[in-house]
Design a protein around this ligand. Structure first.
Ligand SMILES: Cc1cc2nc3c(=O)[nH]c(=O)nc-3n(C[C@H](O)[C@H](O)[C@H](O)COP(=O)(O)O)c2cc1C
Length: 162
């Protein structure tokens, strides 16, 4: 099996932490989806971020990605993100619009504060009908912050990826 890639988008750092744990346990490469216009990661400014995210959601925006992600070089790609307004951040649409996942395996994971995956794993299947989308891992924010090695390990074992 070729090397896997873990790619993530994260503002408050919890999806990042989960991504790092997955990369540590699988030996996969790790890359961040970096927006051209950065989001404010200061949690005291949550209301402003919530407003911006809602606006981007309601206008079906496609926030631009700054860096190139070498999706074509990998067969298995873990994709991680937080829940924003009951779905994934709009930059994930940019990501799935931009790259072709035909014939590849996508392994989704996400952080949240109660919404679980919010139907986003199904959305990924709809956006990438020619990819094999495996069962994802929804991770509650506080669990992700406390450390998530065990949950990640059990999930990877169940999928046969470890
Ligand atoms: C703008 C915004 C919208 C959010 N909307 C939801 C939501 O609809 N459902 C939910 O469970 N959590 C929601 N959350 C909580 C985040 O999913 C949670 O804080 C997550 O751990 C953040 O991931 P990150 O640390 O990788 O940025 C929202 C957070 C933000 C900032």
């Amino acid at each position: 099996m070729s090397k896997a890639l873990v790619v993530y988008f994260s503002v408050y750092g919890t999806a990042k932490k989960t991504a790092e744990e997955i990369a540590r346990q699988t030996g996969a490469d790790l890359m961040e989806i970096e927006p051209v216009v950065p989001y404010d990661s200061n949690r005291d400014h949550y209301n402003a971020l919530a407003k911006l995210a809602k606006q981007q959601h309601d206008t079906n925006a496609r926030p631009a990605i700054k860096n190139e992600i070498p999706v074509r070089d990998y067969d298995t790609i873990f994709v991680g993100y937080p829940m924003w307004w009951y779905t994934f951040p709009m930059i994930l649409y940019t990501f799935f619009d931009k790259y072709d996942f035909s014939g590849k395996t996508i392994v989704p994971f996400n952080t949240h504060m109660g919404s679980g995956d919010g139907g986003t794993y199904r959305t990924i299947k709809e956006l990438e009908p020619n990819a094999n989308v495996l069962a994802g891992l929804p991770m509650e924010m506080s669990d992700a912050e406390r450390g998530n090695a065990k949950a990640v390990s059990q999930w990877l074992q169940k999928l046969g990826l470890k």
